[in-house]
Design a protein around this ligand. Structure first.
Ligand code: GLV
Ligand code: MN
Ligand code: MN
Length: 420
């Protein structure tokens, strides 16, 4: 095994993270939503990095930047590495970009070492992992996995722009979605490096973790319909106040989250839009987001049923309408045991304990699991803080993650050679 310069790998990846984080819609904070001009600029930078690493670069129908390193044998068998380059609003700089950059640096290192792999490697920089602009999520990885629901292309953002129209403006051809798919028989597996986004590794003083499963999630758009009216003239007893009803629902969601059958059940309302939204108008309608997750599927489903029952009760008692439209529903995705073992060996080869842990956050691996074997490496996250600009992983830990990824690719190569 050729030794790796961990400090150099970490410093290089960290500098790339800083450069990518400068690409934002806003000067003072990092916001890079799917199919926006800043997504375009980030994709172009990532494409340039991939090309410099010797990869053949293309962009697919859903705007995933894909850099391919062909195997000397010319086989179609492909190991997929990657993560996402879209962000939340006011993001940290590691959630997503870390996995894309770790993959590019790892592949560059493998090429530099002169490793001949028995499969091609394709690095993917997905868009729409966060699901913030459109009521969709995992669009890019779903297209690669061949599970994209065509109806998702017609979903619209807050300005009524559809995914399909945004793709065309961005420079992609949404009709070419079939060509984005990788055939299941060609896929060797999918590996992703990601910041942990939680406190477990830091608490235990461990730099890297190996993910065992990704928690399932359900997301919905909830519309509460009341009646707008004059704030000065409509008596309290005659109001159909959509915001007051929505507020009751938010508290019900919180209560149901607390009382769930699984201790790791979480239920969140993260966004609320009040219409018409004026100081002197009784709110006529409210749209709110709902996000429910747990490490197993039954408690999540039970929570959704309880939220629907609470909504029906509030609607009946207050005389308003409450509609819950599920926009995303993905069961818990176990990581593939054989890949978990390869990643554990790769971490152990660096002299580190291969701490195994569950992911409460969602990842592109959930879609990729519908195509192929998946595995993830988590990187220690300072204070467990994520979805927050204070998010931080050290260059030292990032260097270890890149090295673990290099060793994992070598490990999978060995397995692939044995498979023949
Ligand atoms: C993605 O970060 C998610 O889990 O919401
Ligand atoms: Mn992420
Ligand atoms: Mn995220």
């Amino acid at each position: 095994m050729i030794p790796l310069d961990l400090a150099a790998l970490g410093a290089r990846a960290d500098a790339m993270l800083t450069e990518l984080a400068a690409i934002s819609a806003e000067p003072d904070r990092l916001t890079r939503l799917y199919l926006t001009p800043e997504h375009r600029r980030a994709a172009d930078l990532v494409a340039a990095w991939m090309a410099a690493a010797g990869l053949a670069v293309r962009e697919d129908a859903l705007a995933t930047v894909r850099g391919r390193w062909e195997a000397p044998s010319g086989t179609r068998r492909t190991l997929i590495l990657g993560s996402h380059i879209d962000t939340i609003i006011d993001a940290g700089r590691f959630d997503g970009p870390l996995g894309v950059i770790a993959a590019i640096v790892a592949v560059d290192e493998l090429r530099r070492i002169g490793v001949a792999l028995p499969f091609a490697v394709e690095v993917c920089a997905f868009g729409d992992e966060e699901g913030v602009r459109f009521p969709t999520t995992l669009l890019g990885s779903s297209a690669v996995a061949g599970i994209l629901d065509p109806a998702d292309l017609d979903r619209t953002d807050a300005y009524d722009v559809s995914v399909r129209a945004a793709l065309a403006t961005y420079g992609c051809d949404p009709e070419a979605v079939a060509a984005a798919r990788i055939a299941a028989e060609d896929a060797v597996g999918y590996l992703e490096v990601h910041i942990e986004q939680g406190p477990v590794l830091e608490r235990e003083g461990v730099p890297l973790g190996v993910v065992t499963a990704i928690a399932g999630a359900t997301r919905a758009v909830v519309t509460v319909s009341g009646e707008a009216g004059h704030a000065g003239t409509v008596p309290m007893g005659l109001r159909l106040d959509a915001l007051a009803a929505a507020s009751e629902l938010v508290l019900a969601v919180e209560r149901i989250g607390h009382a769930g059958a699984a201790s790791d059940l979480v239920a969140t309302v993260g966004r609320m839009a009040v219409r018409p939204g004026a100081v002197n108008v009784v709110p006529g309608a409210v749209e709110l987001s709902l996000d429910v997750r747990a490490s197993s599927d039954a408690p999540r489903r039970a929570a959704m049923a309880a939220i629907a029952a609470a909504a029906a009760e509030i609607a009946a008692r207050r005389g308003v309408g409450i509609d819950i439209a599920v926009t995303h529903d993905r069961d818990t995705a176990p990581c593939t045991p054989a890949i978990v073992d390869v990643l554990s060996d790769a971490v152990a080869a660096l002299g580190l304990p291969p701490r195994r842990l569950m992911s409460g956050a969602g990842h592109d691996g959930q879609a990729m699991a519908m195509l192929t074997d998946i595995g993830m490496i988590f990187v220690r996250c300072r204070g467990g803080v994520s979805h927050n600009p204070a998010e931080y992983a050290s260059p030292e830990d990032i260097g270890l993650a890149v090295a673990a990824l290099v060793r994992a690719v070598e490990g999978l190569a060995e397995k692939e050679r044995e498979r023949r």
